[in-house]
Design a protein around this ligand. Structure first.
Ligand SMILES: *Cc1c(COP(=O)(O)O)cnc(C)c1O
Length: 431
């Protein structure tokens, strides 16, 4: 099998790939602009496309595939559950939910779990819980609750959530939005403190901003935010949907700075890359404010999701995945650091998670991901000239080297394409 496919401008897209893409373009809503590769199989950190070409997956479905494609342990848990019962709704109990909730609460060192499906639902749920807590426990006057968020945030795609996004593409054309949110610069504890008043029920933050380009705040930021929120009787809600469950080299990214939130949202990897599973976890005095009938989801806490989620939690209990992400991440970051000044402007991140800013003079993040695709590595741009590297935690050190070598090659490709077009522009007409 060959690695990579020709996607550089002017190259032909092979027929099976072109046909599959044309169908999606014809019948699907155009809310995505995927790279031109059509995946047919995957195992571990590697995917195979409809042409039989193999690629190293350096996106891992935005960290939903932390434990690798087709992880045998997770597939076994799913298969066993498929033959028993997959959906009951919460109108009745199912025998898988209890163990999942108990062990997830323990992993998160807290009391209660509210199971949902997608990340956006978990964030919406946390917002509802924070408001209810504000009115019922803190005593905020009815309909006045405010929540402080950070510029550059990404918490999902629902109307309430995009309403407090600072990304015009996420917002424009989708208003009017839910009131009650204040956005402040990320990483600036003073600005955050200034935005808090008597109506503030919560501060909602990503401990590391994933979609913004793996933005790691200053080391003192989260501890300072924890102090400020505690002093002002304000909940700290940490969205660890992307940063949590091993990616950052710890069970939760906030563990790296020793911060415990009041509520935490989890998702993505919680479903093991098999089913959508998300959750809000938190103390009984906060998450316990919900009463029967006030919140729910038909699929939330379903037995299939619970069986897979439980297996994910059990895999994280020993610390081996977290240690692996930290160890391979150190190698990844050591190698990436050497690229700064050589076509790369900046590298950020922690654990097996990196945001790489390519020199904008060389090309966009999109162009870089296309060059990486041609070299057999799947990665996706976030904003402008940034790409993110977040391979499944099952990668080998040699895979990490392969990804960085491909990145070096892809940057070289961009540079020679720029040089080529510049010399063509300056060449005499008959030269
Ligand atoms: C992906 C993501 C979400 C949204 O999750 P969905 O499952 O896509 O709804 C929310 N918060 C963060 C930090 C994310 O990375």
């Amino acid at each position: 099998m060959t690695e990579g496919m020709p996607t550089t401008p002017g190259d032909e897209v092979p027929p099976a790939t072109a046909a599959a893409i044309a169908r999606v373009e014809r019948f699907g809503a155009h809310n995505y602009h995927p790279l031109p590769v059509v995946v047919a199989h995957a195992a571990g950190a590697w995917v195979t496309d409809v042409e039989g070409r193999r690629y190293l997956d350096c996106l891992a479905a935005y960290s939903a595939v932390n434990f690798g494609h087709g992880n045998p342990r997770l597939l076994r848990a799913a298969r066993e559950q498929l033959d028993r019962v997959t959906l009951t709704s919460r109108a009745f109990h199912n025998d898988r939910l209890g163990p999942f909730l108990e062990e997830l609460a323990a992993l998160a060192r807290t009391d209660l779990v509210l199971p949902m499906n997608t990340g956006a639902e978990a964030v919406e749920s946390a917002i509802k819980v924070a408001r209810a807590w504000g009115y019922r426990v803190k005593g905020v006057p009815a309909e006045r609750a405010t929540i402080v968020v950070a510029d550059g945030n990404f918490h999902g795609r629902t109307t309430t959530i995009v309403g407090f996004s600072s990304d015009p593409q996420a917002r424009e054309g989708f208003g009017p939005f839910t009131p009650g949110f204040r956005s402040v610069p990320y990483g600036d504890a003073e600005a955050l403190a200034a935005a808090i008043d008597a109506t503030t029920v919560a501060v909602l933050l990503e401990p590391i901003q994933g979609e913004a380009g793996v933005v790691v705040p200053p080391a003192g930021y989260l501890p300072e935010v924890r102090r400020i929120t505690a002093e002002n009787d304000v909940l700290l809600v940490l969205d660890e949907i992307q940063s949590g469950l091993g990616r950052a080299g710890a069970t939760f990214a906030a563990d790296l700075v020793g911060v415990e939130p009041d509520l935490r949202t989890l998702g993505k990897a919680l479903g093991g890359g098999v089913v959508p599973v998300s959750a809000v976890v938190g103390r009984a005095d906060v998450l316990g404010v919900l009463h029967p009938g006030e919140h729910g989801s038909t699929f939330g806490g379903n037995p299939l999701a619970a069986a897979v989620g439980l297996e994910v939690v059990r895999m994280l209990q020993t610390g081996e995945w977290q240690e692996r992400a930290a160890r391979l991440g150190a190698h990844l970051h050591a190698r990436l650091a050497a690229l700064v000044g050589n076509g790369v402007v900046a590298v950020r991140g922690v654990g097996l998670w990196a945001g790489v800013d390519v020199d904008p003079a060389l090309g966009s993040g999109r162009e870089l991901s296309e060059r990486l695709l041609a070299r057999g590595v799947l990665a996706k741009d976030t904003h402008g000239s940034t790409i993110r590297l977040a391979p499944p935690l099952v990668v080998e050190e040699s895979d990490v080297d392969l990804a960085v070598d491909a990145l070096i090659g892809a940057i070289g490709d961009l540079a020679s394409a720029r040089l080529g077009s510049a010399s063509r522009r300056h060449a005499p007409a008959n030269g």
